[in-house]
Design a protein around this ligand. Structure first.
Ligand SMILES: [Zn+2]
Ligand SMILES: [Zn+2]
Length: 445
C-alpha cells in the first residue's frame, strides 16, 4: 500500500493514512500491536505539538479580532473550536511556553514527551512567580525525566521541586489541599463505598493509623503471616480461602483495630440515650423459619401500604440515617451472639412488646466456652478467645438452647463462613466441637 501525496502535504493525507491503518488492524499480531502502540503514542505527541503551533499562529495573526473587535485569543478558541475556558487557557499557555522553552517544544515535536506531561510540567512549574523565574534553568532535567517516568511520578518530583523553590510562607499547596478535604460514604446496593480526599497532615494520620492497624492485625492473624501454614491448611481444606488480599486485610484492619474499638470505647456521643451502634431487625418468623416466605397477596399488601421494610432483615444505625437490607443468613449470624433487644411486632408491623437488652450468651457460659475451645474452633485458626463470637450450632430462634453443648467459639471470619456456607458443626463424644469440612473429615488443633 502506498500513500500518494497530492501536492503540498496536508492533514487530509494524515487522515487517509490513519483510515488505512484502522482498516489493517485485523492483521496485527500482539507484539506488532505493542510496537504500533508506542509509535501511535509518540505520533499523538507530535500532532499535539502541531496543534499548539497552530494556536501560536492564530494568536500571532490576530485573526481573533476579525469577527469580534473585543475578542481575545481565548474567546476565539472557545467560540470557533468549542473549547471550554480551561482548555483554551492551557493551549495558549503551552503556545507561549514553547517559545520560552525550546527544549520542551522540541521534545513534544519529536514525540518524546506527551502533551499531558507538558501540561503537568507547565501547570506546576509556572504556578508561582518564584517557580516561573526558576523553571528555565531546570527545564532540560524535567524534559529528560518526563521521558522516563509516569505522569504520577513526574507530578511528585515537580511538587518536591516546587516546595524547595517557593519561599515557605508562599507555599499554597498544603492549604489548598486541606481546603479540598472531603469524605463520602456511598450506600450501594450490597454495601458501602468510602471515597475521600485529605490534605497532607490528615492523610498521613490515616496512613500511620492504617499501618499500625495492619501490623497489629498481622500479629493477631498468624495465618496471614505464616504462608507455609496457610498453604498446608489450603491443601487440606481446598475450598476454604485462608489468605486475604492486601486490600481486604487493610479493610479488616480498619474495622477491627480502628472502628470497633471506637464503637466499644463508649466515648462516642449517645443519641437519645442509645449508644452509637448498629441494630439488626428481622421478623421473628423469618429467623425461626428462614425458608418461609409470605404469600404473594401478603407481599402485595405490604408493598402497597409501604410496610415491607418492617418485614425485611436490615441493619440500621442507632443514631442517624443508614439502613441496608441484609440476607436472612447474615441476620442469623449477627444475632447468634449479640446484645439483642427483642422487639415483637404485630402482623401489621406495630411494636407489641419491647424486651430488655440482654446479652445472648451469659458471661459464665462464655468463660466455660473459652476454657473448652481456647479460641476459634475452626480448623487451623488460632485466633484467641478475645477475637471470637459465640455461635449457636442450632440457632436460638429455632429452639437451639444457649448451653455449652449448643455453642462454639468462632472468629468473625469463620463465623461468617460457617453461616454463609452452612458448614455443619457437631460435638464429639468428649464434648469437643468438630467443624465438618466438605472433605468429610474433621480436624481440630
Ligand atoms: Zn452463628
Ligand atoms: Zn477462625
Amino acid at each position: 500500500m502506498s500513500i500518494e501525496l497530492s501536492g503540498p502535504p496536508s492533514l487530509d493525507d494524515a487522515a487517509k493514512l490513519l483510515t488505512a491503518l484502522q482498516a489493517s488492524l485485523g492483521s496485527l499480531s500482539g507484539p506488532d500491536a505493542s510496537e504500533q502502540l508506542a509509535r501511535a503514542t509518540a505520533l499523538a505527541a507530535q500532532v499535539d505539538a502541531y496543534r499548539v503551533a497552530l494556536v501560536a499562529t492564530i494568536k500571532a495573526s490576530e485573526v481573533w479580532r476579525d469577527s469580534d473587535p473585543n475578542g481575545t485569543p481565548a474567546s476565539f478558541l472557545r467560540r470557533e473550536h468549542v473549547m471550554d475556558h480551561r482548555q483554551a487557557k492551557a493551549d495558549l499557555r503551552t503556545a507561549n511556553a514553547f517559545s520560552r522553552f525550546p527544549e520542551l517544544e522540541q521534545a513534544c515535536q519529536e514525540g518524546l514527551v506527551s502533551r499531558a506531561k507538558v501540561d503537568t510540567i507547565l501547570s506546576i512549574g509556572l504556578r508561582t512567580t518564584h517557580r516561573d523565574a526558576a523553571l528555565s534553568e531546570f527545564m532540560s532535567i524535567f524534559v529528560d525525566l518526563a521521558q522516563r517516568v509516569t505522569i504520577t511520578d513526574l507530578k511528585h518530583t515537580l511538587t518536591l521541586w516546587a516546595n524547595q523553590i517557593d519561599p515557605i510562607p508562599d507555599t499554597p499547596g498544603d492549604d489548598a489541599a486541606h481546603a479540598r478535604r472531603e469524605l463520602h460514604i456511598r450506600q450501594l446496593g450490597d454495601g458501602f463505598k468510602l471515597d475521600g480526599f485529605f490534605g497532607p497532615d490528615q492523610g498521613m494520620k490515616i496512613m500511620v493509623a492504617i499501618n499500625a492497624a495492619l501490623d497489629l492485625h498481622r500479629c493477631e492473624h498468624p495465618d496471614a503471616k505464616d504462608t507455609a501454614k496457610a498453604q498446608r491448611a489450603q491443601a487440606e481444606h481446598g475450598n476454604y480461602r485462608i489468605t486475604n488480599s492486601t486490600a481486604a486485610q487493610r479493610a479488616d484492619a480498619f474495622i477491627d483495630v480502628i472502628i470497633d474499638p471506637a464503637l466499644e470505647s463508649g466515648a462516642l456521643p449517645t443519641s437519645g440515650g442509645a449508644p452509637a451502634n448498629i441494630c439488626v431487625t428481622i421478623p421473628f418468623e423469618r429467623l425461626a423459619n428462614p425458608q418461609s416466605r409470605p404469600s404473594n397477596s401478603n407481599l402485595k399488601a405490604r408493598l402497597i401500604d409501604g410496610s415491607l421494610r418492617l418485614f425485611a432483615a436490615t441493619l440500621r444505625t442507632t443514631n442517624g440515617p443508614g439502613e441496608i437490607a441484609i440476607s436472612t443468613t447474615r441476620a442469623q449470624q449477627l444475632s447468634c451472639d449479640a446484645s439483642v433487644q427483642r422487639i415483637l411486632l404485630t402482623p401489621a408491623g406495630k411494636p407489641l412488646d419491647i424486651g430488655r437488652r440482654t446479652r445472648t450468651i451469659p458471661e459464665q457460659l462464655r468463660t466455660a466456652l473459652t476454657l473448652r475451645d481456647g479460641g476459634c474452633a475452626f480448623p487451623f485458626c488460632d485466633k484467641p478467645p478475645g477475637w471470637t463470637e459465640g455461635h449457636h450450632i442450632q440457632h436460638w430462634s429455632q429452639g437451639g438452647p444457649t448451653s455449652l453443648d449448643n455453642l462454639v467459639l468462632l472468629c468473625s471470619r469463620h463465623h461468617h463462613q460457617v453461616h454463609s456456607q452452612r458448614i455443619p458443626i457437631a460435638l464429639d463424644a468428649d464434648g469437643i466441637p468438630r467443624v465438618i469440612t466438605e472433605h468429610r473429615h474433621s480436624a481440630r488443633l
